[in-house]
Ligand binder design. Structure first.
Ligand code: BTN
Length: 329
């Protein structure tokens, strides 16, 4: 959005009634035709602007969109989200962010999209990403870390979502983390985190942390196979939530947990992880690609691995990556 369009939006926002065409022309030093052109641009972006001859223009509704000019004033971060790219439609924000990282953007640069046509989940799954409803965010990180530490960053993303949701909701329900990357609201999936990286064996070049949050989507908007599992802020609260406010909150909290992690890895975050754990003292089945283990989830080890007390008195094992199912018995 250019500066004149932004000024017109500010003029309209500042007034509950009409702003006359002459007033806009005079205060911005542009012609009536130019005002009309900028108003049309705002309408295309989803702003509802009523106009009537002799009365002028009136802003009657703003779109629920995570536009950069809506997110920026709400950011409490120093670096994360300060470089912000918004796209109406992409295949995957993770892919755009990775290309952007290769081009050299600083840590904290992020890509947000209104819609993804090929949203990616873990383990080659897809991520349902309809337009107008949710948050699809990817942030570039440049950690001084070994590749084996990077899975911990998924937990950071999940914690950031938990904190962010609690900061924007009036009576937030409990937000739990299901290792390694799911965020649950009740027993439904609210958000997922997908970390992808470029590295050598002993050096990380960059990590893209991709976060998808189901904000205003309802189960009936989703494919049959996920309807029973999908949760959203709207489903939980019965009202629509502001995507820009949530975007700013996730970026703000992600920077805070990331800075904590840079200082002492997960050590000081373990109490919160344990508190938010959806699996503590539940029987689980974990498959890590090589083996399947069953037992009681005991909590986290310092490096973010899941501690499982194996069935049949077989001692405890650490699971570093994999897929978990909470068992009913
Ligand atoms: C999962 O639960 O399997 C992870 C889902 C991650 C989805 C987000 S949406 C933004 C970013 N772009 C993607 O293509 N995926 C992640």
């Amino acid at each position: 959005m250019n500066t004149t369009t932004k000024s017109i939006l500010e003029l309209l926002r500042a007034r509950t009634g009409d702003v006359s065409g002459e007033e806009m022309c005079a205060s911005l030093g542009v012609s009536r035709a130019a005002v009309w052109k900028h108003v049309q641009t705002l309408r295309r972006l989803g702003y509802r602007i009523d106009s009537a001859t002799h009365r002028g223009y009136r802003l009657s509704a703003e779109p629920n969109m995570p536009y950069p000019w809506r997110v920026a004033p709400l950011l409490g971060s120093n670096r994360f989200g300060r470089e912000f790219r918004f796209e109406p439609q992409v295949e995957s924000t993770n892919r755009i962010a990775a290309d952007w990282a290769v081009a050299g953007v600083p840590e904290g640069a992020c890509v947000v999209a209104d819609e993804q046509t090929g949203g990616r989940g873990r383990l080659t799954r897809s991520w349902h990403s309809p337009a107008g409803l949710n948050l699809y965010l990817s942030v570039v990180l440049r950690p001084q870390a070994l590749p084996m530490d990077v899975p911990q960053i998924s937990l950071l993303g999940a914690l950031a979502v938990g904190r962010a949701v609690e900061s924007v909701m009036a009576n937030p329900p409990e937000i739990q983390v299901k290792w390694p990357n799911d965020v649950l609201i009740g027993d439904r999936k609210l958000a997922g985190v997908l970390c992808e990286m470029k590295s050598e064996l002993d050096r990380v070049h960059f990590v893209v942390v991709g976060i998808g949050v189901n904000v205003n989507v309802m189960p009936e908007d989703c494919p049959d196979d996920i309807q029973g599992r999908i949760g959203s802020l709207r489903l939980a609260s019965g009202r629509e939530h502001d995507r820009a406010a949530l975007t700013a909150a996730v970026l703000t909290h992600l920077e805070a947990v990331y800075d904590q992690w840079r200082d002492d890895r997960l050590r000081s975050l373990l109490p919160e992880l344990e508190h938010r754990s959806a699996m503590r003292n539940r029987r689980v089945e974990v498959s890590d690609g090589h083996r399947i283990v069953r037992g009681m989830a005991m909590g986290y080890a310092e490096e973010g691995a899941l501690r499982v007390r194996l069935d049949g008195d077989d001692g405890e094992t650490l699971v570093r990556c994999g897929d978990v199912h909470v068992l009913a018995w």
